[in-house]
Every structure is written in structure tokens, then in C-alpha cells.
Write a protein of this length. Structure first.
Length: 186
């Protein structure tokens, strides 16, 4: 299955399938518990917002037979909640010399179609996003929902470094190059 998958920058024609993956996970519950969602955003993304992110060149996708099956994107346009809190936490960590100064992308999102999990597609789309954004950003910032322990584990394999509790999720940072990633202290 994974050998026929293309990893590339997202195109406008990918928007609908990308949005369907996002909608699926955003509406899913853990163990049937309506209070435990995979994604918890104060403001959900809309299809036009995702289209704008794609048009801006901020999204990478894994595509099989013209269908997006995994994505990673930076959201530089819309506040989906907790953005200022993220910036404050990062600035505090920089002032304490826990994190190096640099240009940070504060809002990222990724997901994979449930039928394609375990194929390393998030890692591949993240690596391409790092490559195309390395001149624009030094570091990516992510906040992972507390209950999504599978993502906590897989993010470490992808090069994310965890910097603790934010009050609304687990804070993770990764460099856009290996040199930058090596500068991250734990």
C-alpha cells in the first residue's frame, strides 16, 4: 500500500480529502467517551481556511490515487485557540534559556486516514514540511491532546521533543533542520 503513495506539497485539489481526514479525527471519541476527543480545538477549521493554508504553500500531503491520505500543515492565518498561550510559553522558555531563540511556527496540525496508520506517512509529510519551511521557520511548536498517547510516542520518533504540560496539552517542539533540532535542550 505505502509504496504507491506520493509525498508532496498540497495542491488545491487536495483540500476536500484533507478536510475529510481532519473532520473524521476531530469528531472521533476515545473509547466511546464523548468527553475524550482526539482533537480539542477551541475553534475548528473550516474548508475555506484549509484551502487558504494549502494555497499559501503551508501544507504537505501523502497522496494515493489522487486522494489525500495524510497531511501536515502550518496554520499561519487563523487562531484556533490557545495561540497566545503557546507564544507566552515559548517566550518564557526562551528567556529561561531552555529553548534557543528563533522563528517559531506556533500552530501545526497533522493526521492520517485511519486506513493508512502505521505507514510512517506523518513522518514523511513532516520531513517535507521541514525542508520547504527551513528558510521561513527555525522551529515548529505543537500541542498534543493529553489523551492521545499514541501521538506522544510517535512524535518522539519523528524528532519532536516534549517540554511538558501547557495546561491544555503536551508541548512539543522540533527543529526544521537537524542542527536546530540538536539545539533543543530537555
Amino acid at each position: 500500500m505505502a509504496e504507491d503513495i506520493e509525498i508532496r506539497i498540497a495542491k488545491p485539489s487536495d483540500a476536500e480529502n484533507l478536510y475529510k481526514i481532519y473532520e473524521y479525527w476531530n469528531g472521533s471519541f476515545i473509547d466511546g467517551d464523548e468527553n475524550k476527543r482526539y482533537f480539542v480545538l477551541k475553534n475548528n477549521f473550516t474548508l475555506p481556511q484549509i484551502q487558504k493554508i494549502i494555497e499559501g504553500g503551508y501544507a504537505t500531503v501523502a497522496v494515493e490515487k489522487n486522494k489525500c491520505v495524510s497531511f501536515y500543515f502550518i496554520n499561519p492565518f487563523f487562531d484556533t485557540g490557545n495561540l497566545q498561550e503557546r507564544k507566552d510559553i515559548i517566550n518564557n522558555l526562551i528567556s529561561k534559556k531552555v529553548l534557543p531563540p528563533g522563528k517559531f511556527a506556533f500552530s501545526l496540525l497533522s493526521s492520517t486516514d485511519v486506513n493508512y496508520l502505521g505507514n510512517g506517512l506523518n513522518t514523511k509529510t513532516l520531513n517535507l514540511l521541514r525542508e520547504i519551511m527551513k528558510d521561513k521557520y527555525d522551529y515548529f511548536v505543537g500541542v498534543m491532546n493529553y489523551s492521545n498517547t499514541a501521538t506522544h510516542k510517535s512524535s518522539l520518533k519523528m524528532g519532536w521533543k516534549h517540554f511538558g504540560d501547557t495546561g491544555f496539552g503536551l508541548l512539543a517542539v522540533t527543529g526544521t533542520t537537524e542542527d536546530r533540532n540538536d539545539k533543543l535542550k530537555l
